[in-house]
Write a protein that binds this ligand. Sequence first.
Ligand code: ADP
Length: 341
Amino acid sequence: MANYKDYKIATIGSHTALQILKGAKDEGFETICICEKGKDRPYRSYGVADQIIEVDSFRNFFEIEQQLIDQNAIMIPHGSFVAYIGPEKMMDLKMMYYGTKGILEWESDRNMEREWLLKAGIKLPRVFSKPEDIDRPVIIKFHGAHGGKGYFIANTPEEFYAKYKKYEGKKGHEEFAIQEYVVGVPVYTHYFYSRLNDELEVMGFDKRYESNADSIGRVAAKDQVDVGIDTTYTITGNVPIVLRESLLPEIFEMGQRVVDSSKTIVDGGLFGPFCLEGIIDPELNYYVFEISARIVAGTNPYVNGSPYTWLRYNEPMSTGRRLARDIKEAITADKLDKILG
Ligand code: ADP
């Protein structure tokens, strides 16, 4: 029987690293945190990293990869890791990596993502192929924008062009998607699917705390107009939520269909943590505008577990810890191939 103590768990210091490293330590692993110079303090202060490797920039990750390989480290990817390395370079990684690399191509391309979710029978907001077609409230999303920065809302083609003027000619703003703006509440569902027991779990839910979308309601409508506030969606944090219980059966079904359909698009399919991000309208339709095929920052409020993981585990179980447990079980059962991509 292989010994999990022969392996270490590594991630880069940002996004969900605190939770991942803490969870790995709770499962008995030694941990490594790769930090940008000057940004290591949280990882030292919270005592989650047994070892810290410093780099000038995460973009230089490949310079230290061999050090990780020499230590038999398994990389846990998160949003910042994917953003810094880039989906294309991901295939060049030589170290052990948790997850299916092939799925990243599907989640990082809006058209492919849409095709996958439609296949899974998920409700999606309508998309408009050109500004002239806008006949209802829409949200404009720039390709490659991170954290919702610069997104804007328009109701007509004229309003679109008036607002787009600000971005015209600016790098990164040539390409955008026009999506129906769904009026309802944002709900992000955190799932975990293990290939070891072929079981899908719902780990919890969150909503994002966005500036200034979440502050606009603090001033009167008249003041919003007078001051000329444009709604933007820059993510600043995450707020935990518990969902109306009667929605749970559908939540499980949706996750299951996403897992099942992923097996038809990439070898091995999706596994580990993933998240459906959407809006629930007053008729309780859940419109999904995005999928993240990895751990999301919305799981961070649950370092000590969520109400849902408490029901299942009776011990603190964050998504980070669940990941480490999956790895531990795979090593112990000599099934590492089930968790490495
Ligand atoms: P990112 O590119 O950062 O993942 P999202 O696509 O998650 O950005 O969108 C950012 C925010 O915009 C969401 O949290 C949500 O509040 C809002 N939003 C996105 N799409 C829609 C939509 N179709 N209808 C209503 N609100 C939306």
